[in-house]
Design a protein around this ligand. Sequence first.
Ligand SMILES: *[C@@H]1O[C@H](CO)[C@@H](O)[C@H](O)[C@H]1NC(C)=O
Ligand SMILES: *[C@@H]1O[C@H](CO)[C@@H](O)[C@H](O)[C@H]1NC(C)=O
Length: 342
Amino acid sequence: MRRRNYCCLIAVAMAVLLFIMFMCGAISSHTSVASRSHADFRVSGRALYKLDVSWPKKPELFSGQVFAAAVNHLQGLVYVAQRGENIPKVLVFSTDGDFLQAWNTSTLEMPHGMFLANASGDPSVWITDVGTGPYGHTVKQYSPSGKLLQVLGSPGKAGSSLSPLQFDQPAEIFIHSSGEIYIVDGDGGMNNRLIKLSRDLQVLWMHGEKGQGLAQFYIPHSVAVDSYQRVWVADRGNKRIQVFNSVTGDWLGSWGSCFKDDAPYSVRFTPDQKYMVVAQLNANQITLLEAPPVGIIGQCQVISTIQLAEDIKPHLVDLDLKNADLYVAEIGASQAQKFIRL
Ligand SMILES: *[C@@H]1O[C@H](CO)[C@@H](O)[C@H](O)[C@H]1NC(C)=O
Ligand SMILES: *[C@@H]1O[C@H](CO)[C@@H](O)[C@H](O)[C@H]1NC(C)=O
C-alpha cells in the first residue's frame, strides 16, 4: 500500500514536470515566431481570420517595400508587388507558400495597385505604376510570367488633360468579369478620378472632381465592384468610402463614420459578398465591415478588426475567391501576409 502511493507520487510529479516543460516550450516558440516575422495580431469582434505564420515559406525573399498583392484563385497563385532599386518588382508564390518566380521585367518602376483579371480564361496581371521615369504614370497589363502586353496612359508623362487616360499616379484598377475596367487616379497627383472603361477602352462614365462633396474625391486609392452592380471607392483623403451604380455611374451613398480615426486604403469583398475588407494603414488595422445587401447603402458597421503590430502599415489587400483567404501587402513590415478564413 505504502509503496504504491510512493510510485503514484513519482508518476504525478513527472507528469507535472512534463506539463511545465511543454508549456514553456509552447510559450517560447510562440514569442520567437512573433518577433521573427511581425506576427503579432489581435482580433476584436467576430473572429473571421487567423494569421498563417507559415506563409510564405521563405519570407526573406521580400527585398523591397511591398505595395500590393493579387490572387489567381483558380491556379492557386499569389502575385506580390514590391518597390526598390535593383530588385524584381513582382514575386510569385503559390497559395501554399512556395516561391515560384520573380519577374525580371524592367518595364515596372513603382508598382502601386495590382489586379488579377480573367482567371477563368486567359489570365493577366494589371499593375498601376506611379513611377516618374519613362514607364511611369501608366496602367499596364502583363502576362502571368511578366511579359508586358498593353500600356494605358502616356508613359512617363503625368497629366491632368481632358483625356481621362492621361494619368497622374494611378492608384488601382479593378476589372469586372465582363471585361469592363474601373480605374482610380490617383495617389496624390493632380487627378482625382474614378473612370469606367468598356472592354475596348471607351470611356463609359467618369467622376473627376477634387473636393469633399458627393461624387468628388481626394486621393481615390482603391476600387472594387460587388455582385450587385455597385462600385466602392476608398476615398482616402476624405476618410470615407463612396458608392456608385456601376451601370449609370450614379452616386448611391457614402460611409464615413467607421473611418474617423484612419482613412480606408483598400476595398475588397469576400467571395460570398458578406464582408468588405478594408486596410487602414496608419492604424495598422484590417477592418471587416458588413457588406449591405442589394440596394441600400445605409450606415457602415464594423464586424471584426485585425489589429497588427505597430509600423506594419497594411496598404492594399486581395482575397482568394475560392476560399476567402486574405493576402495583405504591408509597406512598413516589407512583406505580404496570408490570413486564413476561419
Ligand atoms: C527573364 O530573363 C530570361 C533570361 O534573360 C529571359 O529568357 C526571359 O524571357 C525573361 N522573362 C521575362 C518575363 O521578361
Ligand atoms: C478571357 O480570356 C478568354 C480566353 O482567351 C477570352 O476569350 C476572353 O475574351 C477574356 N475575357 C476578358 C474579359 O478579357
